[in-house]
Design a protein around this ligand. Structure first.
Ligand code: ZN
Length: 437
């Protein structure tokens, strides 16, 4: 019994060094977003490797989509290996973009340093380690000569960190994440080797603008400051809305637990005179920009409101509007505008969906323990797959510790890389009902 399963697990074990090398090679391409550096080089590294292993490879540039330009082309790669029959297609989708480096690193962010059983680098955890694991998993299945009745697909997509509109969003609009082409999707985001992520909270990005009346800054009583009006609104957010949000608990298994309520982040505030840099020399004389004395006639705040499955988007926006209307009543001269920037509703794949169950069984087989089911505080590309692709059978599962994402000295553990590749390979066999005895 279980000869096929054991053979695959051993084969992936034997590919440990290959998996490390592939993770390092992906990290060494600095695909920083924004602006979207080196996307094409990274897509081609994935695509040409998979082509050499029998995949049909397409490069799909999101021409005209947000962020795309000749200087920074949004190049996605989709690789497909046909099955021998009419079995379901299992698709692994990873985003190739990484966030900026930031400060505090003790290793080269793009070196792919190997140390103490970990591979370090920007994107190691989020999520080039996961991409490498999914590639090695699929390559092992093909090299083992197993008769797979369905197709396997691997995509490397851009711009997840900035909404995914030129990546998974663009492909989803063109049918790449819809039946009959694809039945199951696994996104190897760094949620941990023993956790299956079913979905995410919703998000509303909005901009609130307050208005004032411009006047000379030496006589502010002749004007009306939009910044002061904004301060009144921000005070209400802190003292009225935030406590209410803290009381709204979700039944979804969001991790970390602090995100099991509604949250609000004031992403940015800007009002009055355009942002400048003020510097002085040793004598205290100004050497940089110089301010002009004006009362602010406009102030804008960008809100990042994360909402739970028990709330709905209209109500989320309405409670902001209600607070602004209240200020209009009690505060002389208060005027405002609210604009939507973007929004996504919460998603949750049912726990009894095939891809969830197959991955759970694979985790139990590889790790010898039952998985936990979680939901993500932030959105990821699953939103496009469910909303545009209309595909419900989608999860996030992959190696790495989520808390390390976007941090200095980000790393992915090598044991986790190998284990997650094993889980992914067994999940494919299970979803395609390949006899393993
Ligand atoms: Zn990610």
């Amino acid at each position: 019994m279980r000869q096929v399963t054991d053979a695959i697990l051993q084969r992936i074990d034997a590919k440990r060094d290959e998996l490390i090398a592939l993770t390092q090679a992906l990290i060494q391409i600095p695909t920083i977003n924004p602006p979207g550096d080196a996307y094409e080089a990274c897509a081609r590294l994935m695509g040409e490797r998979l082509r050499a292993r029998g995949f049909a490879v397409e490069y799909v540039r999101a021409v005209g989509a947000p962020g795309d330009s000749d200087a920074y082309p949004r190049v996605n790669v989709v690789a497909r290996h046909e099955g021998s029959g009419s079995g379901p297609c299992v698709h692994f989708n990873g985003h190739i973009d990484v966030v900026e480096v930031g400060s505090g690193w003790t290793v080269d962010p793009f070196g792919g340093t190997l140390q103490d059983g970990k591979v370090y680098g920007r994107g190691s955890c989020d999520m080039k380690g996961g991409i490498a694991a999914s590639m090695i998993a699929c390559e092992a299945l093909i090299e083992a000569g197993i008769d797979l009745p369905g197709a396997i697909e691997i995509s490397g997509t851009v711009d997840e960190e900035s909404g995914g509109f030129s990546g998974v969003g663009y492909l989803a609009q063109r049918g790449y994440f819809s039946a009959p082409r694809v039945q199951h999707v696994i996104i190897p985001e760094p949620l941990g080797v023993d956790r299956v992520c079913l979905g995410h909270r919703g998000v509303w990005w909005g901009e609130v603008e307050t208005f004032g009346r411009i006047a000379h800054g030496s006589m502010p009583f002749l004007g009306d400051s939009a910044v002061s009006h904004m301060a009144a609104f921000l005070h209400l957010l802190e003292t009225d809305l935030q406590p209410r949000l803290q009381q709204r608990h979700t039944a979804e298994p969001v991790q970390p637990e602090g995100a099991r309520v509604s949250t609000l982040n004031i992403n940015g505030v800007h009002g009055g005179h355009p942002e400048q840099r003020y510097t002085t020399n040793q004598a205290g004389e100004p050497t940089g920009d110089l301010p002009a004395p004006v009362v602010a006639h406009s102030c804008r705040a960008v809100l990042d409101r994360r909402f739970i499955a028990e709330e709905n988007l209209d109500a989320v926006k309405q409670e902001i509007v209600d607070m602004l209307d209240e200020l209009t009543r009690v505060r002389p001269g208060f005027r405002y505008a609210v604009r939507d920037i973007m929004s996504f509703v919460p998603t949750a794949t049912p726990a009894d969906a095939p891809v969830v169950q197959a991955t759970a069984r694979a985790i139990a087989r590889v790790l010898g323990r039952e998985p936990s089911y979680i939901s993500s505080p932030g959105t990821y590309d699953q939103k496009h797959i469910q909303r545009t692709g209309q595909l419900r059978d989608c999860i996030a599962y992959g190696p790495g510790i989520l808390d390390l994402a976007h941090q200095p000295d980000e790393y992915v553990g090598i044991d986790e890389l190998v284990q997650s590749a094993q889980v992914m390979a067994l999940a494919v066999l299970d979803l395609q009902s390949v006899p393993t005895a």
